[in-house]
Ligand binder design. Structure first.
Ligand code: GLC
Length: 709
């Protein structure tokens, strides 16, 4: 390979450069002119899909590439290709790693059939700030749960290595800590100690790398003062040396060039040098590599060596994908038509939606709704296919079944009114009047409120996380009728639902539930399906509490339950709000009722290399079958550094028939007790620990054990 051909392998460009006007553009377009010769050498392309389309572009490319090295096709398959599954933050609420693996496998099968070789997923960024729109792409605020689910995504996408023709390579992103921008403002500064990064933000990426993800994507943000894309410590030391990642490191869109705006590079050439020295292998759409590396290599043997190193990794990726054997990976329009939107995938999409939906309130068991009741279905969100959410690739909103259509098949006496509009030119008073008139005539109000898909995802940070004023005003008017109100919330981010909670008898959080979301919502409302979702991200009482998360530190002046705290102002609290969230991490109701009793430990003391087993009795003392998630937390009472008041260490989804019970177990080893010390090493110390168990992070039972080295 010539130097120019090697550099070409390190450049990724969007599909429009290949004349594919249907390709997706997900970042700022540059004015860089790619020459025909350069076009014949680029190594990869993003945003193109469709078997016929990919075959056409690959065929033409191979005739022009001197060594017939195939292109690799990459795309953002985040929660489905054409069959759209609930957004990742909703999948996080399923607490079901097996389900997530199946969702990823189905997404991979459709994407691979459509000619995609690599997906830019899973996003393993830990998130604690709903002002940041990309929380929708994360699975939440907990290192352990995020790690379990990131591993599931990678296993589902990739299957066994080498990658077969029904799977795609996974890209873990965004490395690293992109989910912690100051003030929740998109692309803003990320600044935290390396101790906190290693303790809370690194684990989920590590689990994905351990699951053999073949790519990692650099993040836009700085970490430890340096943009990730040019951050040697982060990429060479932590990612490649400590985590043992030997795959392809791809920059995020234009992130190499953006080191100039960050102020750590004078020009594209300096940015390109920083990036390749940090181990970034592919330049996504900044053209810094294509435009500068050849000149840099002419006078710098180290850069020349690094180009060889990176080009080798890109070619190894193509080898692992089987592209040298078959550049088309067996795709055809006929095969694509069979795989995409298959019944198997649609059934899975419905099941995933059912398990992701969270019942947040159900006063006096108003839900499920008796199908004999007359229903006033109110809210524009009930009459739109905008249920897929952001990053829903080839998902088609126009053919997605609406909640109104799905409910009409089950509830015979149902009438609908918009009640509000997303179009400011619509007459709000008139809409509200019609909705209230309808509500007066019916037994139950089912109010569907929420946001549009574009109000979460990339470049959608918000300072106000309440529902739109028009929607809250209407709910306030409906509540005055003193009729039962069930509010369904469609959202890609935690919201301040304080008013919604006050005015509604029941609150059902449906997220963006995907292609079969409306059917899942209907089956939950009717009682055909018993909801089991549990929040994987805290819902605040107000944006003023943010960032708010369950695994916080105690501080030196914690608020306790002792009565004296009421008058003691010198505590870590607000004067205008409680510290507690509206809905805590791990929370979610069921139509069934679960109780816990009899928490026991096999031993109260254990040493290195030993384990103890905790057990507890779980009972469903209701008259219907239900599924809940039992959550086990540990609190390290005294350590070298402060430790969270509790940390999730194990969980089990448990289905129990009416009136039945079972014993659940948790085997504790030193692995569950290890943490990052102030010298940044991970180990377990001896000492006392609390074990807490419950159906949410607001645990119900606890006991103590001693670990002695
Ligand atoms: C976007 C996103 C990244 C995505 C990439 C390609 O800017 O940050 O998550 O994978 O560009 O679309």
């Amino acid at each position: 390979m010539t130097l120019e051909e090697k550099i070409g392998q390190l450049q990724q460009i969007s599909g429009d450069f290949f004349g594919d006007d249907g390709s997706s553009v997900t970042g700022p377009l540059s004015s860089y002119q790619v020459s025909k010769k350069q076009l014949n050498n680029v190594g990869s392309v993003l945003g193109i899909s469709g078997a016929d389309n990919v075959i056409k572009i690959q065929k033409e490319y191979l005739t022009n590439n001197r060594l017939h090295i195939p292109l690799v096709f990459m795309a953002d398959i985040i929660h489905g290709y054409k069959t759209i599954f609930p957004i990742p933050l909703a999948l996080g609420a399923s607490w079901n790693p097996e389900l997530v693996k199946k969702v990823a496998a189905a997404s991979a099968a459709e994407a691979a059939a459509a000619g995609i070789d690599v997906t830019f997923s899973p996003m393993a960024d830990l998130v604690r700030d709903p002002r940041w729109g990309r929380v929708m792409e994360s699975t939440g605020e907990d290192p352990y749960l995020n790690g379990m689910l990131a591993e599931s995504f990678v296993d589902g996408y990739q299957g066994e290595l080498p990658i077969d023709q029904t799977h795609v390579a996974a890209t873990v992103k965004h490395f690293a800590a992109y989910g912690a921008p100051e003030a929740g403002r998109e692309y803003n500064t990320v600044d935290m100690s390396e101790w906190r990064f290693r303790e809370q933000y690194l684990p989920a990426y590590q689990k994905a790398v351990e699951a053999k993800a073949l790519l990692v994507m650099t993040s836009f943000n700085i970490l430890f003062g340096v943009p990730a894309t040019g951050n040697n410590h982060l990429m060479r030391q932590i990612l490649r040396k400590e985590l043992g990642f030997s795959g392809v490191l791809i920059s995020d869109w234009n992130a190499i060039n953006e080191m100039i705006d960050h102020g750590v590079a004078n020009d594209a050439s300096q940015a390109a040098a920083k990036a390749i020295k940090a181990g970034t292998d592919i330049d996504m759409m900044s053209f810094a590599f294509l435009g500068s590396l050849e000149k840099l290599a002419a006078t710098n043997v180290e850069i020349k060596r690094l180009i060889d190193e990176s080009a080798t990794r890109v070619l190894q990726l193509k080898e692992t994908l089987g592209l040298f054997e078959d550049p088309y990976r067996g795709i055809s329009a006929e095969k694509e038509a069979k795989v995409v939107l298959s019944k198997k995938h649609l059934d899975l999409a419905k099941k995933a939606a059912e398990e992701s939906i969270v019942l947040l309130k159900n006063r006096q068991h108003i839900l499920p709704v008796n199908s004999e009741k007359s229903i006033a279905l109110i809210g524009a969100k009930a009459d739109t296919g905008d249920l897929l959410g952001n990053w829903s690739w080839k998902g088609d909103v126009s053919t997605t079944r609406t909640i109104r259509a799905a409910m009409a098949t089950h509830f015979s006496n149902l009438a609908f009114e918009n009640g509000y509009s997303f179009d400011p030119s619509d007459n709000e008073t008139d809409l509200k009047k019609k909705a209230i008139a309808l509500a007066k005539k019916q037994d139950v109000i089912i109010y569907v409120a929420g946001l549009t898909a574009s109000q979460s995802g990339e470049a959608s940070s918000m300072t106000d996380i309440r529902l739109p004023k028009m929607q809250l005003d209407l709910l306030t008017e409906l509540a005055k009728l003193r009729k039962p109100i069930v509010t369904i919330v469609i959202t890609g981010r935690p919201l301040d639902l304080t008013v919604v909670d006050q005015l509604s008898d029941a609150v059902l959080l449906a997220w963006f539930p995907g292609t079969l979301g409306a059917a899942a919502i209907t089956d939950i409302l009717s009682g055909l399906v018993n909801p089991s979702g549990k929040l994987s991200m805290t819902f605040p009482r107000s944006v003023g509490q943010v960032p708010i998360y369950y695994n916080h530190y105690n501080t030196g002046r914690p608020v306790t339950t002792s009565p004296s705290d009421k008058n003691n102002i010198y505590l870590s609290k607000y004067i205008d709000s409680s510290n507690d969230p509206l809905y805590p991490f791990g929370f979610g109701l069921s139509y069934a009722n679960f109780t816990l009793k009899g928490l026991k430990l096999s031993n109260k003391v254990f040493g290195a290399g030993e384990t103890i087993t905790a057990s507890v009795n779980v009972k469903n003392d209701s008259k219907i079958t239900g599924t809940t998630t039992l959550q086990w937390y540990i609190h390290d009472l005294t350590a070298d550094v402060v430790r969270p008041i509790k940390e999730l260490k194990h969980f089990q989804r448990i289905q129990l028939a009416a009136g039945s019970e079972k014993t659940a177990y948790f085997k504790i080893s030193t692995q569950e007790l290890s943490y990052i010390h102030s010298d940044l090493t991970r180990s377990s110390d001896e000492g006392f620990f609390n074990l807490l168990v419950g159906f949410s992070s607001e645990t119900q039972l606890e006991t103590t054990f001693l670990f002695k080295n």
